[in-house]
Design a binder for this molecule. Structure first.
Ligand code: NI
Length: 388
C-alpha cells in the first residue's frame, strides 16, 4: 500500500487517539492509564511489546519480512502541570494537568505509525523499534528505557516534536546541534548570622550572594568561547528571615544551556570556583551541586540528509523550514550519545484553528490535520532507511 493510502486509512484513528490522550493527561513517571491504553492499542493491532523503562515505558517491535538494520522511533508520552484553558470539547479531564507540549500528538502519531508499518512489514528489510517514552519532562525517561535495553542492536534513532511556532506541515531538520543541554545547579551559601546592627560580627550572606550572582555572569561572557552559544541563568534566591537580622544562609538555583559537550563540561568547575572563591572573599563558604540533566541534542548529518529527503517525499518539495536554534532541552540527546540519531521539529501551527500559542501554554493547540503527515513521514523514513 502506498504512503498516501496508508495516511488516508489512519487519519481518523490518529485524531481519535490524540483526543483521548489529550483528555487524559498524566505527569512524568505516572503515565499509568496512558501506558495501559498504548498497550491495549498495540494488542488490537497484534504488535509485540514489552514494558521498558520506569513503570510506564513501552517498547514495541515490528519485524520486517527480510533481515536488515534496526531503526528506533521514539515519542514521549507525559504531560505537564498546567491547568488547561483552551475550552476544547476534549480538554483535560485531569485538573491541573495538560498535554501542553503536544506529547498527546506524539503518542497518537506513533500508534498510527505502528499500524501503518504493521501493514507493510513484509516489505521491510530489518526491524523497527517503537519507543513510547515516559518522563521526558523530568529527563528520566530516556535513561530509564536505555537501562532496560531499548538501544540494543539499534543502528539509528529518530524523534519528532510537534511545534506550534512552525507552520502546519513544515519540518525543521538541523545538522549537528538541534536543541540545547539543560542542566541545573544549586549553591548553598553559608556565612554567620547576627543582629542587623552588628555586621562586623557576622558574615552577611546577602551581599555575598549578590556578588556570587554577578560574578557567575562572567562564566558565559569571559570564559566560554565567544563563538559558542551558552546561557547561565540564576532562577531563585532564598536568604534571610527578617529585616533587622543578618542572614547566615542562602541558596541560589539556576540552569545552564549550551549546544556542545565541550562547553557543557566547562560549567561545573567554573561555577564551583567562582562561587567558592567569591564566598571566601566575603568570609563565607559554599557547597555546589551540579546536576547534569539533559545533554545537547546533536543530529547526525548523514541521517539528517536522509530524513530531509524522506520528508520531502511526503510533505512536498517546499517542506523544509529553517527554524532557528532553540535553547530548550530534550532528553533525546541521551540516545544520540550512544547511536546516531535525528530529532526534528514538525509544524502544527495554524492561525485558522488558533494553533498560535507557544509550547507549554495553557492555551496550546495544534492543527490536528497535520498530524497524519508527521506519521507518514516516520513511515517514509523507515522505508528509506531499511530498504533504501
Ligand atoms: Ni515536549
Amino acid at each position: 500500500m502506498d504512503i498516501q493510502a496508508l495516511g488516508a486509512k489512519y487519519h481518523d484513528y490518529l485524531i481519535e487517539m490524540r483526543r483521548w490522550f489529550h483528555a487524559n493527561p498524566e505527569v512524568s513517571c505516572e503515565e499509568f492509564n496512558t501506558s495501559a491504553r498504548i498497550k491495549e492499542e498495540l494488542d488490537k493491532m497484534g504488535i509485540a511489546w514489552r514494558p521498558c523503562g520506569l513503570k510506564t515505558g513501552v517498547m514495541a517491535t515490528i519485524e520486517g519480512g527480510k533481515p536488515g538494520k534496526r531503526i528506533m522511533l521514539r515519542e514521549d508520552i507525559d504531560a505537564l502541570t498546567v491547568n488547561e484553558e483552551t475550552g476544547l470539547e476534549y480538554a483535560s479531564k485531569n485538573p491541573g494537568v495538560m498535554h501542553a507540549c503536544g506529547h498527546d500528538c506524539h503518542i497518537a502519531i506513533l500508534l498510527a505509525v505502528a499500524g501503518m508499518l504493521n501493514e507493510i512489514k513484509d516489505e521491510l528489510c530489518g526491524t523497527v523499534v517503537l519507543a513510547f517514552q515516559p518522563a521526558e519532562e523530568n529527563a528520566k525517561g530516556a535513561l530509564g528505557m536505555m537501562q532496560e535495553g531499548l538501544l540494543d542492536g539499534v543502528d539509528v534513532c529518530f524523534g519528532m516534536h510537534v511545534w506550534s511556532d512552525i507552520p502546519s506541515g513544515k519540518i525543521s531538520v538541523r545538522d549537528g546541534a538541534a536543541m540545547a543541554s539543560a542542566d541545573q545547579f544549586i549553591i548553598d551559601i553559608e556565612g554567620v548570622s547576627g543582629h542587623g546592627a552588628t555586621p562586623h560580627l557576622c558574615a552577611d550572606v546577602v551581599p555575598m550572594t549578590s556578588a556570587i550572582i554577578q560574578s557567575l555572569q562572567t562564566v558565559v561572557s569571559r570564559e566560554i568561547d565567544p563563538t559558542e552559544t551558552a546561557v547561565l541563568t540564576v532562577g531563585t534566591i532564598q536568604a534571610g528571615t527578617r529585616w533587622n537580622v543578618i542572614a547566615g544562609k542562602a541558596q541560589i538555583t539556576g540552569t545552564t544551556r549550551c549546544f556542545s559537550n565541550a562547553v557543557r563540561d566547562q560549567f561545573p568547575e567554573a561555577i564551583e570556583r567562582i562561587a567558592s572563591q567569591t564566598a571566601a572573599a566575603y568570609r563565607g563558604s559554599v557547597k555546589c551541586q551540579y546536576n547534569g540533566m539533559v545533554p545537547p541534542t546533536i543530529n547526525d548529518a548523514k541521517f539528517a540528509a536522509l530524513v530531509r529527503s524522506s520528508a520531502k517525499k511526503v510533505l512536498g518539495e517546499d517542506a523544509l523550514y529553517d527554524y532557528p536554534l532553540t535553547m530548550g532541552g530534550e532528553d533525546f540527546g541521551y540516545y544520540q550519545q550512544k547511536i546516531p540519531g535525528v530529532m526534528v521539529l514538525f509544524g502544527v501551527g495554524n492561525p485558522a484553528c488558533d494553533a498560535v500559542h507557544p509550547q507549554h501554554s495553557c492555551y496550546f493547540k495544534v492543527d490536528e490535520d497535520a498530524l497524519i503527515k508527521g506519521a507518514m513521514t516516520h513511515v517514509q523514513i523507515v522505508r528509506d532507511f531499511l530498504n533504501g
